[in-house]
Design a protein around this ligand. Structure first.
Ligand SMILES: [Fe+2]
Length: 335
């Protein structure tokens, strides 16, 4: 199974690219991608991305490294802020990026769907030693979204292929505005059993793909003298001016970085609708799934495959059974 992707080089006119770097600096302060909420019902109390976290710890990441849990957690607890969400604009100057014609046209091509509605723009910043565990993004289905339901379940729904008639296809563009040492965007356009592509981070370039279907992650950003052991949940990364960034624990400075030490990306996501009727059904919730229906259908399917025999397993077991049955992560490779 191979998936389309589109590379952009350059993405913007020179002044536009320069403006994105200034915008990132002007935003000024970036918090850690804190734990997402969990929900009542199946999997209650588990981390939101139990699927990816469990695989990361089990596999030691793309290169099968063996490290303590604390250190692995520090490696993936990167910095994120949202620049735009629907109609909400959180920083001046982001609109041209949100409306980028090249992204919109590529999104149409990606899913063969004409109605593109840009939905979100956010920035990720990684410091040296950090990486992003291999995962697929959380997709969206009519009636089941990350706002109300467990993320690992929604991811498994996509991989099961059982709920495609309710899925809202999303196109994701990832853009870079500096050259980075390490931190390649590693993705599996030919499926998790085929070798990945390690795409280098270069100034004013981007890539667009269906990140809800294609496994991807970020390889480790080259380690400097400052190791990840300094990192604790709740820290922030502040721009200090003159190309300098400061890691802060409240008011206490912890470490200093310069632009070339960091990995910076801006992600763009858009809904891709087939027609106005589909967009309306999504807006008006006229054809929504319920989570009970979803779990029952998964259980029925696993019975049919002989994965479940006898009684339905208790929820805490069922979670891992669902993940193992449907989400087939790429195997770790030797470096
Ligand atoms: Fe992702």
């Amino acid at each position: 199974m191979s998936h389309k992707y589109v590379a952009f080089s350059p993405l913007l006119a020179p002044a536009g690219a320069e403006a994105m770097v200034r915008l990132c600096e002007r935003f000024g302060s970036y918090g850690m991608y804190s734990e997402e909420p969990t929900f009542e019902g199946i999997g209650q109390g588990l981390p939101a991305r139990w699927d990816a976290a469990r695989n990361f710890v089990r596999s030691g990441g793309r290169f099968g490294r063996s490290e303590s849990l604390d250190r692995l957690a520090a490696r993936t607890n990167y910095f994120r802020e949202t620049y735009a969400y629907g109609e909400e604009i959180y920083i001046d100057g982001i609109q041209p990026f949100l409306d980028h014609e090249g992204f919109v046209e590529a999104a149409r091509q990606l899913h063969g769907r004409p109605l593109i509605e840009p939905a979100i723009v956010f920035a990720n910043l990684l410091v040296p030693g950090q990486e992003l565990a291999i995962h697929t993004d959380v997709p969206e289905f009519r009636g089941v979204s990350r706002k109300t339901h467990a993320q690992w379940l929604i991811v498994a729904m996509r991989h099961s292929g059982l709920f495609e008639e309710w899925r809202m296809p999303i196109a994701t563009g990832v853009a870079w505005f500096h050259d980075c040492n390490g931190g390649e965007f590693a993705f599996y356009p030919n499926g998790s059993a085929a070798p990945p592509v390690a795409h280098k981070v270069r100034y004013n370039t981007a890539i667009m793909l269906d990140t809800d279907s294609v496994f991807h992650g970020v390889d480790r950003v080259a380690e400097t003298a400052i190791p990840v052991d300094h990192l604790r949940p709740g820290m922030r990364l502040h721009f200090e001016g003159d190309g300098k960034w400061q890691l802060m624990d409240g008011e206490i400075p912890i470490a200093e970085y310069r632009w070339p030490d960091l990995r910076f990306s801006i992600s763009w996501k858009a809904y891709c609708f087939a027609d106005e009727g589909e967009k309306r059904a999504w807006r008006e919730h006229s054809d929504d799934l319920s989570v009970e229906f979803v779990v029952n259908r998964l259980v029925d399917d696993m019975r049919a495959r002989g994965r479940i025999t006898g009684d339905r397993p208790p929820d805490h077991e069922l979670v891992d059974t669902i993940i193992d049955e449907y989400i087939h992560f790429p195997a770790a490779a030797a470096r």
